[in-house]
Write a protein that binds this ligand. Structure first.
Ligand code: GTP
Length: 333
């Protein structure tokens, strides 16, 4: 592959039988049949050539364009940025490139696609080529490539990947975070709390006698309770808190910059509100209670898993002490 900067030998003009006029016609026909915009400006940025592709994609009258400043003919162009770009191509005598990812488009050309895209204009890759003629006159050729389809499909792909990433973090039933994402978040919060010497607390909670609830109201009744309990708890949390479904009827909350007193207060509020909230399923009122364990990060835990173990032990204690209550891990020491 020849280097882009290697001078091109004037192969056509070397053929002695081909006169200048014929060459001009060949060049002009090639330019006009290209499915790419070709615009040539002189060193003062006045337009000297534009091809059919551009004529077709704009509503400008050809006769009015030639000789005009590129910035008058296309007022939408970013003048400061493009002037600098063109000047550097002239001065350095090297090509330059601007992809649609850098700037979606330079020229406001409608894209004429039946597909719905984010922009009404054609996405463009623009290449700026320095040209020097035998009389040392300098020009710049701007090639405008229509990349609307590539741009559209890449944006769609990015959107889909973001949706998949979001779905992979969410529990399908309750629409709160799933265990994997919750645990990843805890790992990060643990590292932050250790590095910046900040407080960090956890609450783990489990619905009481949930097996009985399933037996009495059916699995769908149980599912409804899980959904409503999740929504109720979500409404009691701060945006910085991370609430996830840890297992079947077990939930967990990460409370950054919160000590055990704050975590216990929140846990008691959750316990109280769930106990007094009547849930209804198929016209039947279902009363639910939860048991909660609380632990604050201390110097004892060597990793985040140990903080989970502490909190889970406190939850187990709350269960064994009679359920519908909060137990603090420090009480177990
Ligand atoms: N409806 C429903 N039930 C579930 C789901 N996941 C787990 N369960 C049920 O939750 C019940 C949990 O039962 P256990 O672990 O014995 O606990 P429990 O009956 O709540 O008793 P304690 O925790 O000791 O108060 C089991 O019957 C599971 O089948 C779910 O997604 N939907």
């Amino acid at each position: 592959m020849p280097d882009i900067n290697t001078p091109i030998s004037p192969a056509i003009s070397e053929v002695p039988d081909v006169n200048e006029l014929v060459l001009k016609q060949i060049n002009s026909q090639i330019a006009n049949q290209l499915n790419t915009g070709v615009l040539v400006v002189d060193a003062d940025f006045n337009i000297v050539i534009w091809n059919r592709f551009l004529q077709v994609h704009t509503d400008k009258i050809p006769g009015n364009i030639i000789g005009q400043s590129i910035f008058c003919a296309f007022p939408e162009l970013p003048q400061r940025w493009l002037s600098r770009k063109l000047s550097s191509v002239l001065q350095l005598n090297t090509p330059s490139f601007c992809s649609w990812q850098q700037r979606h488009h330079l020229f406001e050309l409608p894209h004429t696609r039946p597909i719905t895209t984010d922009s009404e204009f054609m996405a463009q890759n623009c290449t700026f080529l320095p040209i020097e003629t035998d009389d040392n006159s300098k020009y710049i050729c701007i090639l405008i490539e229509d990349v609307t389809d590539a741009c559209h499909y890449q944006m769609q792909l990015q959107k889909t990947l973001a949706e998949i990433a979001q779905i992979s973090r969410i529990d399908g039933l309750t629409q709160i975070y799933n265990r994997r994402h919750w645990q990843d978040s805890l790992e990060q919060e643990y590292a932050k709390a250790r590095r910046h010497d900040k407080k960090l607390s956890l609450i783990m909670l489990d619905l009481d006698h949930f097996k009985l609830l399933n037996d009495n109201y059916g699995h769908q009744g149980g599912d409804m309770v899980l959904i409503e309990v999740s929504a109720l708890i979500s409404a009691l949390l701060r945006v910085e808190d991370t609430f996830g479904r840890y297992g079947g009827e077990e939930f967990a909350i990460i409370l950054p910059e919160t000590d055990s007193a704050g975590a216990i207060e929140l846990a008691q509020r959750i316990c109280r509100i769930i106990a007094i909230t009547p849930f209804t399923y198929n016209d039947q009122v279902i009363n639910v209670t939860v048991s909660l364990g609380v632990a604050q990060l201390s110097s004892r835990e060597a990793n985040y898993e140990e903080l989970i173990t502490q909190t889970d032990s406190a939850l187990y204690q709350a269960k064994s002490q009679g359920r519908n209550q909060v137990c603090n891990a420090t009480e177990l020491l």
